[in-house]
Design a protein around this ligand. Structure first.
Ligand code: PXP
Length: 238
């Protein structure tokens, strides 16, 4: 199982002062040197953290896979076509939300998702869709032509009651198995921390995890190298 480090919140600190530091490009170099297989960023319509400049520089500097999280808007499709990151993850984007709220509902958004997948694939970009861990959504992701589903682990991560944790964990596991059976790669992400990563990292059908907030939070105190290495050792230990 591989780790893609999301460096959005390095940019959040920078944007708090509209300054030049800390630079998510530097953070990405450190994360890859510490063993990350790639870097994830979310270019939001409101540019609240990652900027267009970051995307362009990261395209030139990331050694592994650069994964661009984006909405299905025409603006984002034009940017992806222009910059051509290796991978794009389609996510829902709500105005004013603190972070992505749940997976993309491919059933109600089918037309725009299908169009986005087609545009991105024509540009040679691998396409992932961030969905709730639900077998029906996995099937719709396959139907619209995605290569990968990223399963939303946020509900699992936020659960506190042991029965609820187990229930939410099983949803992720079952959806990952279904994805593999349908010929899709399964990734996972959202809300994962050093404390809750274990069971998710033990799901054999999940190839990759995308983790941001927890790693950047620790990196502020111990450095990116130590924060990434510790997460990788927990993933490998699972
Ligand atoms: N995956 C997706 C699709 C996301 O939107 C995010 C948050 O940007 C993450 C993973 C990472 O979540 P977290 O920052 O909670 O680790």
């Amino acid at each position: 199982m591989r780790l893609s480090v999301n460096v959005d919140h390095v940019a959040t600190i920078r944007q708090a002062r509209m300054a030049g530091e800390p630079d998510p490009v530097w953070a990405a170099v450190e994360a890859e040197l510490a063993g990350a297989c790639g870097i994830t960023i979310h270019l939001r319509g409101d540019r609240r953290h990652i900027q267009d400049r970051d995307l362009k520089l990261l395209k030139e500097t990331v050694a592994g896979v650069l994964n661009l999280e984006m909405s299905t808007s025409d603006e984002m499709l034009d940017i992806a076509r222009d910059v051509r990151p290796q991978m794009c993850t389609l996510v829902p984007e709500g105005e004013g939300e603190l972070t992505t709220q749940g997976g993309l509902d491919i059933i109600s958004e089918e037309e725009s998702v299908r169009k986005a997948v087609s545009v991105l694939k024509k540009s040679g970009i691998m396409v992932s869709i961030f969905i709730d861990p639900d077998v029906v959504q996995v099937g719709r992701a396959k139907a619209v032509g995605a290569d990968i589903v990223e399963l939303h682990t946020g509900i699992y991560a936020e659960a506190t009651d042991p029965d609820e944790i187990e229930r939410e964990f099983q949803k992720v596991r079952v959806a990952a198995i279904a994805a593999q059976e349908m010929g899709l790669k399964a990734h996972g992400g959202h809300g994962l921390t050093y404390l809750n990563i274990g069971p998710i990292a033990a799901i054999q059908e999940i190839d990759e995890l995308s983790i941001g907030h927890s790693i950047v939070s620790r990196a502020v105190l111990v450095g990116m190298d130590g924060a990434v290495a510790e997460m990788i050792s927990l993933i490998e230990g699972a």
